[in-house]
Design a protein around this ligand. Structure first.
Ligand code: UT7
Length: 367
């Protein structure tokens, strides 16, 4: 019997701090007009003191679980797609696992930059369709502001922070994620990168001096690449699903730049009315942009059960990809799930486990 991976829950969050183009014009040599004309962005949300990638991911995850009416301990797998993890290790996904109390889930991070959410969605789908697992949580979460050079006008006007999450569940009814394509081209790795802080250029006074721990980007190169692959990946994924572009109700592209979105639509001959764009209000939230745009599409009544939707994205790597989904919605009837109450018990559980670890260390240390 065939198994399908349905999207049954969704949630998003952004930090409360809003930064407008005029605010940026006070920091670097730019103007509201330039940013709006070249990117379509007016404002973005930027992480405040207590926001981190994991804290945003947890908020989005709890909302998604609430929509799916699923308890965290029903999850088998958590994938966090991020380019701004809390640490090199442990994985941010493990921090999320602990904070939502997903006691039976494996957890790992996936790094495919802005294409990461599509990669993660496909990985979770394959795990479900193979029969290996039943329920997965896929999160795209970023605090790119922490690795943005606030003195570089080429990049600091583009990015924003936020998180979005989907719950995926196994089902026998045809639907959910039907096809996906994932591509990469490492020969373009220097177009968009954070050069230092890894094995090649470990942190040193020189790397700090040369601002190599921040995002470096060749904007025009990325622009050209993006417009080409968005069209190509969308067509491939739609083809693979045995559909045509006319069957697609909604295109939800990675929100990097309004001009890139419009160029892709022209290449696909899809009108703006069949596309979601919110880059104006969030900037480029990297791997979080597709799930955030999806949540907004649902809120505004633009995505319904049975609709065919295409997610398409591109990013550093270089990477790109697309997925075709027959939209589902929650499986389980509404039942009382109160994420805030989990938080209390989950914190108690986490503290107890830490205490047990300390006691164990004390006992073994005496021998
Ligand atoms: O998720 C993937 C992440 N990255 C992307 O999606 C980026 C893709 N690329 C882009 O979106 C565009 O290339 C940018 C928005 C980054 C730049 O737009 P552009 O139309 O390609 O501008 P440009 O890089 O060709 O620069 C044009 C001019 C330059 O001045 P000169 O050399 O012509 O005198 C830049 O120095 O604009 C200047 N410039 C700015 N001026 C005012 C660059 N950034 C700014 C700025 N404010 N913030």
């Amino acid at each position: 019997m065939s198994r399908y991976a349905h999207i049954t829950g969704w949630g998003m969050t952004v930090p409360s701090r809003l930064v407008t183009n005029d605010d940026l014009a006070q920091m670097v040599d730019t103007t509201d007009e330039w940013i709006r004309e070249r990117t379509g962005i007016r404002e973005r949300h930027i992480a405040g003191g207590e926001d981190t990638t994991a804290s945003l991911a947890v908020e989005a995850a709890l909302k998604a679980l609430r929509v799916a009416n699923l308890n965290p301990d029903d999850l088998d797998l958590i994938i966090v797609s991020t380019s701004s993890p809390e640490h090199i290790f442990p994985a941010t996904a493990c921090l999320v696992q602990d904070r939502i109390g997903a006691t039976k889930a494996g957890a790992f991070d996936l790094l495919a930059a802005c294409s990461g959410f599509i990669y993660a969605l496909n990985m979770a789908t394959q795990a479900i369709r193979s029969g290996a697992i039943k329920n997965a949580l896929v999160i795209g979460a970023e605090t790119l502001s922490r690795i943005t050079d606030w003195e570089d006008r080429n990049t600091c006007v583009l990015f924003g922070d936020g998180a979005g999450a989907f719950v995926l569940q196994a089902g026998e009814e045809p639907g959910g994620v039907i096809s996906a394509v994932m591509r990469s081209d490492g020969s373009g790795s220097e177009s968009l990168s954070v050069p230092a802080g890894g094995s090649r250029l470990p942190a040193s006074p020189e790397t700090l001096l040369h601002r190599q721990h921040y995002i470096h980007m060749k904007g025009r190169e990325v622009f050209r690449f993006a417009t080409r692959v968005m069209v190509q990946a969308t067509k491939e994924a739609v083809d693979k699903a045995d559909l045509t572009l006319d069957d697609i109700h909604l295109l939800i592209p990675h929100q990097a730049n309004q001009r890139i979105i419009e160029a892709a639509l022209r290449g696909l001959d899809i009108p703006m009315e069949r596309c979601i764009s919110n880059v104006e209000r969030y900037g480029n939230t990297s791997t979080a942009s597709i799930p955030i745009a999806t949540c907004e599409a649902i809120q505004r009544g633009r995505l319904h059960g049975g609709d065919w939707v295409v997610f398409v994205g591109f990013g550093a790597g270089l990477t790109w990809g697309a997925a075709v989904v027959k939209w589902t919605g929650p499986f389980l009837p509404h039942r009382p799930i109160y994420p805030p109450s989990y938080r209390f018990w989950v914190r108690v559980r986490s503290r107890l486990l830490r205490l047990v670890r300390r006691i164990e260390g004390w006992i073994w240390g005496r021998k």
